[in-house]
Design a protein around this ligand. Sequence first.
Ligand code: IVH
Length: 699
Amino acid sequence: MSASLRDKPIDRLTDAEAAKELKSLASEIALHDEAYHRDDAPTITDADYDALRNRNAAIENRFPKLVRTDSPSRKVGADVASGFKKVKHGTAMLSLDNLFSDDDVRDFDARIRRFLKLSADDNVEMTAEPKIDGLSFSARYDNGRLSVAATRGDGAEGEDITANMRTIKALPDLLMGDAPKVIEVRGEVYMTKADFLAMNDAQAKKGGKIFANPRNAAAGSLRQLDPKITAERPLRLFAYASGLVDGMDWETHWEFLRQLKAWGFPTNPDAKLCKSVDDIIGAYRKLESRRAALDYDIDGIVYKVNRIDWQKRLGFVSRAPRWASAHKFPAQQAETVLEEIEIQVGRTGALTPVAHLTPVNVGGVMVSRATLHNKDEIERKDIRKGDTVVIQRAGDVIPQIVEVKLDQRPKSSRKFAFPDHCPVCGSKAHREEDEAVMRCTGGLVCKAQAVERLRHFVSRDAFDIDGMGEKNIEAFFEDGTIKGPADLFTLEERDKNSLTPLRAKEGWGPQSAEKLFKAVNARRTVSLERLIYALGIRLIGQAKARLLAQNYGSFQKWRKAMVDIVNGDKDVYAQLEGIESFGEAVSDELVAFFAEKQNLDAVDRLYDQLEKVEDFVKADTSNSKIAGLTVVFTGNLERMTRNEAKSKAQSLGAKVSGSVSKNTDLVVAGPGAGSKLKEAEGLGVKVIDEEAFVRLIGG
Ligand code: IVH
């Protein structure tokens, strides 16, 4: 977006300008949504993101006719390539209202006393607990045994992460001592600062994904479709609340925390029981002074009314309890010197400025880089090499520069000149009129873009080829061994003919070469959705790749449609744009990709090398005995995990539900089944055991 348009007051926009800006906001917000939700790697601050959404909403408000089909305001969150099943929470997972000052805290206390009609000298006992900056979870125990664990999701239902949570040693599988019939235990999964730094180091060495901060690392590790990956990540947790409870109660929250500990959950050692509002403010000061020394990120302190009968009376307002609030810490800031501004070139050619800083400790994490976003941002803040800058880490964003200390600016300092050429390949850099970023026009000729694309191509969710770290890809690209995806598949053949004596290359021996060939050969058959995702087309993440595969069915049909669109076929374009959640911004990216002849050639050369691109298959349920039935699983399964059973049932056309009702057709009950089994019996729903289920689905 050109700076002038993005900054123009909304009441002065013409219709054409408003339309143009809504288009650019849609594509920009979609990119940020993917970065945040799919990659757990946001590239802008929450405040900047909110500003984009607010501007979008305000423009739509003034120009209701211009609201786009792909408008961010029509989407709830991002369409995530989740792959996880949904789980309904027994009671909603709420958020907390924020308090920012001592006055806010006193108001909070006063509100509670007013609500409960307490007198001025009645004190309200509260707990004060560190607010962990991680990812919240809810773990349900039936008769003391872990049955299902979920993310918070939208508060009413989350994603089923049971298999992943089971890999975290700190989460008890069986509660020690007496347990209620049902309890949902809630808490936060986090990563320590030290583990986060060590993990990022290891990831960098093997060319894996680097996370911006411990929170994103924890979230990214937990939301893995393969629990084996989660198991390798150093995840920890604290338990701090309950959801649905059946068969036990407590008089105070403090008592409940002790019970959690007795059951075997880690609880936070810095939680305090406070007698009065002065006490909780004191606890806040104390914890704030120790914040940087803690081995994990916290972003505030949570106060909770201790008496549970009072909690019940206080209840909720919209999505937050009246009996609890979060007192936030200010963002952690530090001063340092900006040594260099580096321009990095990404997979899609975007030139992103990055600040290299004299390393500085910000809240216990050493920071040596900060994002500068784009050209406009540098100009707006007039950021220059040699400046002393204030940087901050705020909650879940990567470090950013909040202020330039102009009084400390060296005399010799000069304005930063944003390059108009790609620093890697020298091609001209171009800025689309409605975009904030400059892009290298070198396409696959540009080493930076080619290497980033190859890296994406071999990554786990794409072709998943082991043994091709960043260093290898760069070296191969530089000496011309591999220029594009197809070359990976001809490597073995060429190596046999001594065209690329890989076995003689530095760092390679016959063994590692064989291993790579094997890894490559194992991927000559690939699903259409993976192939599409692997191409690394802008805005086409896993979710959109899957939708494309689903809509076109086969590689040939998809390819033909793309070529037809490039040749101007309006009907085919309309069909593409009509795919759920696509719209113009996404469709235009696809068209732009295929309009480049070199891209179509690269896709065709790749296709020639593959044995098979599997069509998108809708599950065949013609022989299924459970197609159309609503099935509920309860208790423990022994021959498969609950997740496997569910996905098997779904692939055979059944609907899997988390609770028993009169609409349930079948309950599969294992040992330890409790309330659901009883309900099923009460309703006369058919109940079978795991053995019978296995027979039913054909072994
Ligand atoms: S209690 C109804 N305690 O903060 C009360 N939440 O901003 C439920 N959080 O969604 C929450 N540490 O993910 C509670 N000690 C703590 C917490 C905590 C972190 C998170 C939690 C919640 C969010 C609200």
